[in-house]
Ligand binder design. Structure first.
Ligand code: NAP
Ligand code: BGC
Ligand code: ZN
Length: 356
């Protein structure tokens, strides 16, 4: 079967041939429909994040998959069920995080991430997975099921952030998303449904397809070249909630100053090492004297994937149409990895979905 992989020593994805995997007991064989590409994939390809499976000369890419069960292999699935796999797997047998269904809370070393670190991903014509790591989704979501994983990332971050505000009456009505990539814009679409006022930060000139989406949503575009994040409060308004999805490390510090009293910032970006000079006393004081919170969030578990299926249905069709800028077959896969300002979200299609 064909798979898309990156080889050690190379920063270019290539198509390779691999044997079709055989499901072990408790695993199903899944025929891959589509696999999305996000900023993390670019970081993995460039060597900035992730790592190869031990003893392997390549890593099959892809962690945002949707597929159809081909062989249930004695699991609870039926052939034809549409499923989305979670990302993390235990490195050696299992461990308490996985046993509790909280693999997303496991520390480094206690997990592999398929397509990212230590385990092959889903960019192949078929993959196998333990049944408990496959989330069934409604058939009508098959074409866009590759968006469930990124939406689940936001579900988890919101859960963690809101939990930190659960001990008092918190009535947020302004939210700022930092970053106009696919994670930022999906999140903006979700927050737009619950917040009175939403803002989104980027660093581009109009005309730009991501700013068009902000306009259409009725969100306010914040250009970080004109308004640094720590000045957003004065230039626009203090924000009850900030969702960081730029991966630009200084935003972590600056966003504390963009928050309204009692506000919370969720950090999602995975930056490399970066030095940055700032007033740590001012940041510390803001967090304490205004009861502000900052939470980091990574990965997601089955519960978040399930919540994401509802959130996907709730997003307007026009937003999904504008967000998904290209779906490419394996022969054309390089286009899915183009990373310029015309591209928002792409996916590679391994097989077409046929309604049952
Ligand atoms: P992406 O497509 O690379 O999006 C990042 C966006 O941030 C880009 O549109 C970029 O703008 C913008 N940006 C970067 N620096 C900026 C600055 N200084 N001012 C204004 N805008 C800035 O990545 P993504 O897939 O949306 O993911 C976003 C981040 O979240 C990445 O770091 C990714 O690794 C991380 N992530 C984390 C998790 C998790 O579980 N924690 C899950 C998914 C993704 P330009 O395009 O104009 O440069
Ligand atoms: C993936 C997560 C993963 C994170 C860190 C994200 O792009 O969606 O599942 O935990 O990267 O590797
Ligand atoms: Zn991702």
């Amino acid at each position: 079967m064909k798979a898309i992989a990156v080889r050690r020593g190379s920063a270019e994805p290539v198509v390779i041939e691999k044997p079709r995997p055989e499901p072990d007991p408790g695993e199903a064989l899944v025929r891959t429909l589509r696999v999305g590409v996000d900023g993390t994939d670019h970081e993995v390809i460039s060597g900035g994040h992730g790592g190869f499976p031990e003893g392997e000369d390549h890593l099959v890419l892809g962690h945002e998959a949707v597929g159809v069960v081909e062989e249930p292999n004695g699991t609870e699935f039926e052939a034809g069920d549409v499923v989305v796999p979670t990302v993390r797997r235990p490195p050696n047998g299992t461990n308490p995080y996985f046993e509790r269904g909280e693999a997303d809370m496991a520390p480094e070393g206690e997990y592999h991430e398929r397509g990212i670190v230590g385990a092959h991903g889903y960019m192949a014509e078929y993959f196998t997975s333990p049944a408990e790591d496959l989330v069934p989704i409604p058939d009508h979501q098959a074409p866009l099921g590759f968006l469930i994983e990124p939406i689940s990332i936001t579900e988890k971050a919101l859960e963690l952030a809101y939990a930190s505000r659960s001990s008092f009456e918190w009535t947020p009505d302004s939210a700022l998303v930092l970053g106009n990539g696919s994670l930022g814009l999906l999140t903006l679409g979700m927050l737009d449904q619950v917040y009175d006022r939403v803002y989104c930060l980027g660093r581009r000139d109009r005309p730009d397809p991501t700013i068009d989406i902000m306009d259409e949503l009725g969100a306010t575009y914040v250009d970080s070249r004109q308004t640094p994040v720590d000045e957003v409060g004065e230039a626009f308004e203090p924000m009850d909630f900030v969702f960081e999805a730029t991966g630009y490390a200084p935003h972590a510090v600056q966003s504390v100053h963009a928050l309204a009293p009692n506000g919370v910032v969720a950090l999602l970006g995975v930056p490399g090492s970066q030095e940055y000079e700032f007033d740590v006393g001012a940041m510390h004081g803001e967090l304490v004297l205004h009861n502000k919170a900052m939470v980091g969030s990574v990965n997601s578990n089955v519960r978040h994937f399930e919540a994401a299926t509802d959130s996907l249905d709730a997003l307007p069709d026009w937003l999904l149409d504008d967000l998904v800028t290209g779906i490419y077959g394996v022969d054309d896969f390089r286009k899915a990895f183009v990373d310029d300002n015309t591209v928002i979200k792409t996916a590679v299609e391994f097989s077409a979905y046929e309604e049952r």
